[in-house]
Design a binder for this molecule. Structure first.
Ligand code: LLP
Length: 439
């Protein structure tokens, strides 16, 4: 048995194994496309973040941004690891509740929370509302006063920093739909309003500069911008920053691409700079909170597809089609995201062709991987696409009425069906026949 990488090995049959399980057996048992999550990797990533925060002189909190991948069982794993979660909708909150996730460790995000979502969250006694805008602030103020129930809040501020990432996943720049702008005075107004509201407990600020960020400078720049204002507000009207939530966004590599800074180093650098900044501004250290999503689940996920048709255009391209694609992983089509893949049933075979992996949706843009070196391929081979744990299943759709894949968790030689595969019959739960008066 030879070691491949990150909990993945190749067995004597030349099959890819994850957590000691043959992925071909798993594909036969659960069907394809199949998402396999190596839960040990999830646990290791959480531990890595906790360790990286250990040297920070005040309390810290890791809050898993569950939009990257949520399921009842995943919330239960997160709870076992004793960290918090972020939810961004009534739907995520509902699943977290179904998982029995403790309310006080749930933080609620979103730029357009509805009144009923706020009520649900208040009913469940969630930890913090990350307040994004005046509409939400007004609603929350009114609701908490009506209910005579105190809600803990952080104000989300937009630091005005352009981080180096894809524009669709950039959030900390001035022209962003998220958060209160600092420069125009909106953030200050929000802080004052929250501070004055009888039933709001303002604990601090939140920022999130974007996603898939590998350097630390943008975080440090954003924190510096914010702290200038914090100092001013502290002097002017006694604002205390008890919690500073610096968001998520720590980058991961979906393809092997040489050395990059690990999230651990990135976070340690950020923590050190934050300490220096608080000393410079002569402010007490706040609690440091982070919200990683991708970096907790991304590398834990592998997708197994069944290979079907091929189209060979001499001197142009060799297309290999698989039984999924943009419906289970929109990231290549949407963000030009790149992935690496191998034949799960013939891991030791040497690449002989450069092929491009096409999805099965009726859409030319449904391509998963361009120009991938692979061995000679035949129908029914199984293709393993690596590092698909972040925002793939989470963004899955039923485009072309494709059914969402099953999700299996594996750990220490055990497997468990976390989310069952959809079937076309599931669609009928939403469908009605045309009534008489429409005929
Ligand atoms: N906190 C906030 C407020 C966020 O908006 C996000 C992600 C995170 C934390 C977690 O970021 P992460 O650590 O996962 O990078 N669908 C896109 C990513 C969208 C990210 C949205 N917000 C993708 O597939 O790349």
């Amino acid at each position: 048995m030879s070691k491949f990488r990150d909990g993945r090995t190749v067995n004597d049959k030349g099959h890819l194994e994850i957590a000691g399980l043959d992925t071909i057996d798993l594909a036969n048992k659960y069907g394809t496309p199949l998402f396999i999550y190596n839960i040990s990797t999830v646990r290791e990533n959480i531990k890595m973040f906790k360790d990286a925060l250990k040297n920070y002189p005040k309390n810290s909190e890791v809050s898993y941004a569950s939009k990257a991948f949520s399921s009842v069982a995943m919330y239960q794993i997160i709870e076992q690891e004793d960290i918090s979660i972020d939810v961004v909708s009534g739907g995520e909150l509902y699943i977290a509740k179904q998982a029995g996730f403790p309310g006080e460790r749930i933080n609620f995000h979103g730029n357009n929370k509805s009144r009923s979502e706020l009520i649900d969250a208040l009913d469940y006694g969630i930890g913090h509302f990350i307040v994004d805008n005046f509409h939400e602030l007004d609603m929350l103020k009114a609701l908490t006063a009506e209910r005579k129930q105190t809600a803990k809040v952080l104000i989300r501020v937009t630091p005005g920093v352009d981080a180096d990432t894809h524009k669709y996943i950039l959030t900390g720049n001035v022209d962003s739909k998220f958060g209160f702008d600092l420069e125009s005075g909106q953030a200050e107004d929000a802080v004052r309003m929250a501070q004055e509201a009888e039933y709001l407990q303002l604990d601090g600020l939140h920022m999130h500069i974007g996603s898939q960020i590998f350097e630390s400078d943008s975080y440090i720049l954003a924190m510096t911008q914010i702290l200038k204002y914090v100092k001013e507000w502290h002097t002017q009207f006694g604002f205390n920053l008890s919690i500073f939530n610096i968001g998520g966004g720590f980058g991961i590599q979906h393809i092997p691409n040489g050395e990059v800074t690990s999230s651990k180093n990135q976070l340690e650098e950020i923590g050190q700079s934050l300490i220096a900044l608080f000393e410079e501004y002569d402010l007490p250290y706040p609690e440091l909170w982070i919200e990683p999503g991708r970096s907790i689940v991304g590398e834990a996920g592998t997708t197994i597809y069944d290979v079907g048709s091929q189209k060979v255009l001499p001197d142009v391209r060799h297309y290999i089609s698989v039984d999924g694609g943009m419906a289970d992983n929109i990231r290549p089509a949407f963000y030009d995201a790149e992935y690496d893949a191998k034949l799960a049933n013939r891991m030791n075979d040497k690449p002989v062709n450069t092929v491009s992996i096409a999805g099965k949706a009726c859409e030319s843009g449904d391509m998963l991987i361009w120009d991938l070196p692979l061995p000679e391929i035949k129908a029914d081979d199984k293709l393993a696409v690596f590092n698909t744990g972040d925002y793939s299943f989470a963004m899955a759709s039923n485009y072309n009425r494709l059914t969402k894949p099953a999700v299996v968790f594996v750990e220490d030689g055990k497997d468990f069906l976390a989310i069952r595969r959809e079937t076309p019959e599931d669609f009928m739960r939403f469908e009605n026949n045309l009534p008489e008066d429409f005929r």
